[in-house]
Design a protein around this ligand. Structure first.
Ligand SMILES: O=C(O)CCC(=O)C(=O)O
Length: 341
């Protein structure tokens, strides 16, 4: 599966057959152990009350302040229903969001253990309302060598339910196995050397076949109603979706963030659909060291994701009045030396 894997970073414990045994033998704290077991057995875990409600309100207040100051830039991207596209890497502009990662103690304990090295913050998505996304696995766009060294996470800033759209998971769907991705890619693109980095057709076909397999095997979907301050972690292979929003006037502020072992390079579909081919395991990008954790530096600033796909460099935005958090920019090699020393 890992081609010429150099052993610089290992297959995560969450991907190993005896994961549960390793968790139970570990010296994780009791709550971290429970959440780790949920992740390997169900495919997800909810850590309750990671941040107090008051803190969630403060994060939303900073988002609203930022939005107001830049409304002339952003308003035109709202849909006819008033829905704002999701922001990509908003934590770069609002460091109070980065702290939802750096101060998330149990999450860090669990993920450092699974990765076998400190977790780092790779990218994020900020949702003002529910995402209404169909069921999918994230792995085609968060592909590492070795594979599956990645977690998806949400810190809910408001309560979520059927009215404002919540996350829906297929418990156990992470254990439904992997497809023959090279056969799929050869049929779709003619050659394994012609796989695009991102391609909707490949994405849709992969997701449909995974989800069909889950239904054929009798897995059942489950809605996760979370409260403000709860954190949800999902296994890299867990199929999940955002349910439809029944009441479009209701917001569902939530911060989704993507984690990987420090220094690990993350690829897209051209690597995911070609699992037999070795690719460099180590990142070449810089890291913004924040509160002892590596946070991948994104020089392009923030962006609107699907369907707008529009970047907004930070120097063109009004960031006045937002919490600042000290960071130091260093190379990935220096971050590794510092963190693993
Ligand atoms: O929170 C949601 O509605 C879904 C989030 C999601 O599926 C994702 O960001 O991959």
């Amino acid at each position: 599966m890992d081609g010429d894997h150099t052993g610089w970073v290992n297959l995560g414990i969450h991907m190993q057959e005896n994961a549960a045994e390793q968790i139970l033998r570990s010296n994780l704290s009791e709550p971290a152990m429970r959440h780790a077991i949920d992740i390997v057995t169900l495919g997800y875990a909810v850590i309750p009350n990671v941040f107090p409600r008051e803190h969630c309100k403060e994060v939303i207040a900073q988002f609203e302040r930022f939005y107001r100051q830049n409304a002339a830039t952003f308003d035109k991207y709202r849909s006819n229903r008033g829905i704002l596209p999701r922001f990509t890497n908003l934590h770069v502009a609002l460091p109070i969001m980065t702290q939802l990662f750096t101060r998330n103690k149990l999450l860090l304990e669990v993920q450092d253990f699974f990765f076998g090295r400190p977790a780092s913050l790779y990218t994020s998505l900020y949702y003002e309302r529910g995402s209404e996304q169909p069921f999918h696995r994230d792995t085609p766009v968060f592909c590492t060598r070795p594979e599956y060294n990645y977690f998806g996470n949400t810190l809910y800033l408001e309560d979520t339910g059927d009215d404002n759209g919540c996350l829906e998971v297929i418990p156990g769907g992470h254990l439904a196995g992997e497809l023959d991705r090279e056969a799929m890619a050869t049929r779709l693109y003619g050659s394994l050397d012609a796989i695009p980095q991102l391609d909707e057709e490949g994405w849709n076909e992969y997701q449909k076949r995974v989800v069909d397999r889950c239904w054929e095997r009798g897995y059942q979907a489950k809605r996760v109603h979370a409260s403000a301050g709860d954190c949800l972690i999902w296994h890299p292979q867990l199929p999940h979706s955002g349910t439809s929003i029944k009441d479009p006037s209701r917001t569902r502020h939530s911060f989704v963030f993507h984690t990987a072992p420090v220094g690990v390079r993350v690829y897209h579909q051209h690597v995911f659909f070609h699992p037999s081919k070795p690719f460099p395991e180590m990142a070449t990008w810089e890291q913004d060291m924040t509160e002892g954790r590596a946070v991948v530096h994104h020089p392009q600033g923030i962006a609107f994701g699907h369907p707008a796909h529009q970047a907004f460099p930070l120097d063109q935005l009004d960031l006045a009045g937002l919490t600042k958090v000290p960071t130091t920019r260093i190379s990935t090699a220096a971050a590794l030396a510092r963190i693993t020393a």
